[in-house]
Design a protein around this ligand. Sequence first.
Ligand SMILES: NC(=O)c1ccc[n+]([C@@H]2O[C@H](COP(=O)([O-])OP(=O)(O)OC[C@H]3O[C@@H](n4cnc5c(N)ncnc54)[C@H](OP(=O)(O)O)[C@@H]3O)[C@@H](O)[C@H]2O)c1
Length: 248
Amino acid sequence: MINAAGMNAVDECERDPQRCRLMNVDSTANLLAARHRHPFKLVQLSSNAVYGRGSAPYAPSDRREPVNAYGRSKRDAEDLVRADTARRPSPPSLASMIVRLSPLYGWSPPWSRLNPMPWIHRSLSRRTPLDLCNDVFDSPLAADRAAGILWRLIGAGAAGEFNLGGRDTVSRHGFGLALASAFGLSVARLRSVRLDSFAWLAPRAADTSLRDPRLLAEFGIESEPLRAGLARQRDAVAAYDVARAPAA
Ligand SMILES: NC(=O)c1ccc[n+]([C@@H]2O[C@H](COP(=O)([O-])OP(=O)(O)OC[C@H]3O[C@@H](n4cnc5c(N)ncnc54)[C@H](OP(=O)(O)O)[C@@H]3O)[C@@H](O)[C@H]2O)c1
């Protein structure tokens, strides 16, 4: 079972840390309790937000030092999974996995939480003014690529902890420039600003990029350049538009 549930809006978590804890930590404790009654393999999705005070890019063995309530809740949920693994070793086929994800990008259904790609794409397409910060960095990962890697790891019977990120470290402004280039959009109304020009509630770490040498060494999984991931999103839209076009 892949545990993708939780409260993931960083500022909401800062505003209401108790609810954040309930949804991210206590929910994981419930799953672990259920797992004792009916054993299953748990894949715990976690976040680059568990890091932030050390030196990026972070590998799975690096010290987790989150800077906000969201990151602390994800670290504490990981600790429950770690403690459970240490206390009750499972047969290899049911061993738990913790998979930390970098911010994901890709087309999302209209009812879901918007990731940065659709809203930056929309602003650039409509030529509305857009401020993106230039001093907070991470390693964005295409959502379809993340799903593919997850299935590969599960299929290979992997266990332990993994950090999934794209190959490139960029700021949100850098991401906007790369997106504009991939989709042939104008950046005339895109402004590069500092993080402190936004009224964020939760602190953000300067760089939470992820790396994981084990992915290539043990599973032959290469990290994907941002350009390649964005080009695939662009082609997916083109294919979608062709499929929807009325027959001639
Ligand atoms: N997306 C990213 O960029 C990103 C980056 C790093 C890590 N992650 C991790 O990846 C996982 C999935 O992220 P996401 O972006 O898909 O999150 P999301 O869009 O916020 O979706 C979370 C889902 O969890 C559901 N949920 C919340 N509490 C629940 C509960 N108690 N029982 C059952 N369902 C519950 C929510 O349902 P409702 O809609 O009904 O509230 C929502 O559908 C999370 O663990 C997150 O930390 C994501």
